[in-house]
Design a protein around this ligand. Sequence first.
Ligand SMILES: Cc1ncc(COP(=O)(O)O)c(C=O)c1O
Length: 388
Amino acid sequence: MSATARPQVSALSSSRIRDIANAGMGRTDISAFWFGEGDEVTPLFIREAAQKALSEGETFYVHNLGLPELRNAIAAYESKLQNIVSKPEQIAVTGSGVSALMIANQLIVSPGDKVVVVTPIWPNIAEAPRLLGAEVTRFALTVSNGKWSLDLDRFLDILTADTRMVIINAPNNPTGFTLDQHVQKTILDHCRKLGIWVLTDEVYERLIFDGSAAAPSMLRNATPEDRIIRVNSFSKSWRMTGWRLGWLTLPLALMPDVPKVIEYNTSCAPSFIQKGGQAALNDPRGEETIAALKSGLAASRETLNSGLAQMGRIENPDADGAMYAFFRIEGAPDDMETARTLVADYGLGLAPGSAFGPEGAGWLRWCFAAPPNKIADGLERLERFIKR
Ligand SMILES: Cc1ncc(COP(=O)(O)O)c(C=O)c1O
């Protein structure tokens, strides 16, 4: 008998972004935009809060659900931001958004369950239920009038009574697609009627470019009894990717089971890391960080979108949120080949669209969390490729 993993593990896709990025690793001449993070370090006041906790000896196990002070801070933060009533007892702190997603899946999904995922999508979202043996049905966004959009009637048609859970990520990675509150309400009403769980990944809620403080949360339309779980993270809003800190907002009825699942994953998020998260939420410099991040992203987004528009042979649908352009180049239908050539011959690192599922084939993702001058340099490289 061979020493191999169970079939669900062997069936997981490996990361196509990694396939491209690994080819460029170690080269100093690459202008890289393939990963979903910026170049800037976490703000000092957040690092100092964690350092202080470490210096004071916060090196012990803490509560499965997180430090009470942090759960209070998260509930207050999201209640104010989204104009909802979120209670500390509904919050579970997790060791990253990725872990929050997996824990939510472990709470709800059994082998054989039907899980519907809106695509193209950041791979972890579709792979987590598959790892648990669920059957994942993909529902593709389409481009209409220069924007990614969801065909609501067709979508509701596939959310049938035998669906255990639907997973939606908006603002979306990779397309930047966002959901308006009316559509959210229609989806939630439908799921409520059929008893379908809704898992809403809102880690990009602050990265929205219409002037509002946050993209609307699905929780705005929810009642306390609803089967809805929200995933969030400190990574994107406060530039804390390497910290691995996130949270879940869950229905109260689910809470007795949540500590058990966290116990068998990580037991708890590290205490000193949580202190960094607490500073991000409680210190006024947290909101200043987000404001600066957003204005930097808005400038880079403008540079990128106008540069792509000027090149002519590019289709780049408008994206309301997140930090990516998801575009395609006329005459370059194979995204893996294009991404490989861009790295090898032009030193430009982009993520291939098929990393986000078959619906993304032919597209490329460019993370614009970079200064405008770096974006401009990348645009020059792309232009050379297009004019080759
Ligand atoms: C849609 C989405 N959800 C969740 C995450 C997870 O973030 P983290 O694990 O860094 O908290 C990411 C990271 O790229 C993401 O794009």
